[in-house]
Design a protein around this ligand. Structure first.
Ligand SMILES: [Mn+2]
Length: 356
């Protein structure tokens, strides 16, 4: 007998087992409800969020297996295009495209029929799904997520927003195990990459259940070194991001990074804005030219300030947490001024409201 055969990689049937945040019986009920909805519909469209990441993709791949086990065809909707290996996602996407039905939202629109199911993964806000206006076309919508709800949260009877779970991949791993679905080493790696990403290497929001789920994935063949390699970035990208963040100017609760004398890739500008969220600010901005006359701005917020609204004023958009805009015929200096005055305006309104 090999070593692993001694270990039973199942979640156990004990009500008080290691699922710390959710009672096992609750998760069993959720699993049954999800399966019923899938079984009662036709094909399934799986929608991870915009700017897809390892957690959204790993969960999507995992859920295609559950659809398959119920005899349902499923499609994963991804509109993001990556010019290069953006944090490993570009590489993973091209690998997955050879194995799974990955389609754009336009392709999905062309094959949508009545009684199809929409499964929204790793998001619960209507503003974060590439499915957009087609959301209303679905009668059956399943939401599986671990983010906090907000005012745009999709209302559906099948809403499973388990915000004390580390990641959507952790939830999906549980569902796969519960249904006795084979987790291949590849799938185990995809799922583990989602957990590693969202817990920032088990620092944030990782419970003992998260650790156990990860251990089960390792038993199923996940390899930490391979997962680490999935995250590898190009050195050019690293340099570009650091050049931008190196120019960051910090203000009270926000930071602005800008460079005017070179051209960047817009993904690198977005990454710089993301990186700057780590330095004790509520809002971060990064901007630079993406061609001779276009400036791209990326904004990230912890949600107190709506960066989506702000980027809309510049002709862009996004959610209150993450937004972007591209502006022509303006200088970097003008854009920096725009940011300062927009935030000042909002702060003034808040002060006024508080003094009432
Ligand atoms: Mn996630």
């Amino acid at each position: 007998m090999s070593k692993t055969e001694n270990i039973n990689p199942s979640l156990g049937k004990d009500e008080n087992s290691f699922i710390a945040s959710y009672k096992r019986s609750d998760l069993e009920t959720i699993n049954q409800k999800i399966k019923n909805t899938i079984a009662n519909g036709n094909k399934v469209f799986i929608s991870p969020h915009y700017r897809v990441d390892f957690d959204a993709l790993g969960a999507a791949v995992g859920m295609t297996k559950i659809c398959e086990s119920l005899g349902k065809t499923s499609y994963i909707i991804v509109d993001d295009e990556y010019e290069d290996n953006t944090r490993g996602i570009g590489k993973l996407l091209s690998e997955l495209k050879t194995k799974y039905n990955i389609i754009t939202s336009t392709e999905a629109e062309n094959i949508m029929l009545e009684n199809d199911t929409l499964m929204v993964l790793d998001l619960n806000s209507s503003s974060r799904t590439p499915i957009g206006k087609n959301l209303d076309k679905f009668e059956n919508i399943i939401v599986i997520d671990h983010h906090k709800k907000d005012q745009d949260t999709i209302e559906t009877k099948d809403s499973y927003v388990l915000d004390s779970m580390s990641s959507t991949c952790e939830i999906v791993t549980y569902l796969l195990l519960e249904n006795g679905i084979d987790i291949t080493p590849d799938l185990a790696n995809y799922l583990l990459s989602g957990i590693v990403l969202d817990t920032q290497n088990y620092i944030r929001n990782a419970s003992s259940a998260t650790m156990f789920t990860s251990a089960v994935l390792c038993i199923k063949g996940a390899n930490q070194l391979e997962v680490k390699k999935m995250f590898d970035d190009s050195f050019d990208r690293y340099k570009a991001v650091h050049e931008l963040t190196g120019q960051a100017k910090f203000n009270d609760n926000y930071v602005v990074a800008s460079i005017y004398d070179r051209v960047f890739k817009k993904e690198d500008i977005a990454r710089a804005a993301e990186c700057l969220q780590d330095f004790g600010v509520d809002i971060s901005f990064a901007m630079g030219y993406i061609n001779i006359n276009t400036i791209a701005i990326s904004a990230r917020s912890d949600g107190k300030f709506d960066v989506g609204e702000m980027m809309e004023k510049l002709g862009g958009g996004g959610s209150r947490y993450s937004a972007t805009a591209q502006v022509k015929e303006k200088s970097i200096l003008e854009m920096v001024e725009f940011i300062h005055s927009s935030i000042k305006e909002t702060n003034d309104i808040k002060l006024l409201e508080n003094s009432k």
